[in-house]
Design a protein. Structure first.
Length: 155
């Protein structure tokens, strides 16, 4: 990891440093942690950033599931228009979901609830993208959770 050449350029207060140059602030916090200088850490902003990281992981999972569900729906309800692009998108989203779950296994138990909660928005987008009526798509998700993430499943 590259170290900044001069962390003395940081403003003296934690809040000012955090606001002035986030990258430099983050590097400074890393240096303080490595040096075990816990009393100098910007605890309030570190906690905020850790919480944000968790929200971002959950949001990424939901976003990737939504894109995946949209394309699964398009394949199922417009089979004559199924394209290599749609299939590639399905494969890429599944691959990225697996990477995310491998990095953060604690997200795996959230998979089923995220699939269920993401489905209504996926239906709206699939209807918009296909020109099919929203009523074309079932109210309940037509795929099992396993099918959604199964690398080999295509409707």
């Amino acid at each position: 990891m590259n170290k900044p050449s001069d962390t003395s350029a940081l403003p003296t207060s934690d809040e000012a440093a955090y606001e002035a140059d986030f990258a430099l602030w983050r590097e400074r916090q890393s240096e303080l942690l490595r040096a075990r200088q816990f009393n100098l850490l910007d605890i309030a902003n570190l906690l905020e950033e850790l919480d944000a990281m968790g929200r971002n992981e959950r949001r990424e999972l939901q976003s990737r599931l939504a894109m995946l569900l949209i394309h699964l729906l398009k394949c199922r309800y417009q089979p004559g228009r199924k394209s290599t692009s749609w299939i590639a998108t399905i494969g890429e989203q599944r691959h990225q979901i697996e990477l995310l779950l491998a990095e953060s296994p604690s997200l795996r138990p959230l998979l089923a609830s995220n699939i269920a909660s993401t489905y209504p928005a996926a239906v709206k987008r699939a209807a918009m993208e296909t020109g099919l009526a929203k009523a074309t798509f079932p109210f309940s998700i037509p795929f099992t959770d396993q099918q959604v993430v199964d690398l080999d499943y295509l409707p």
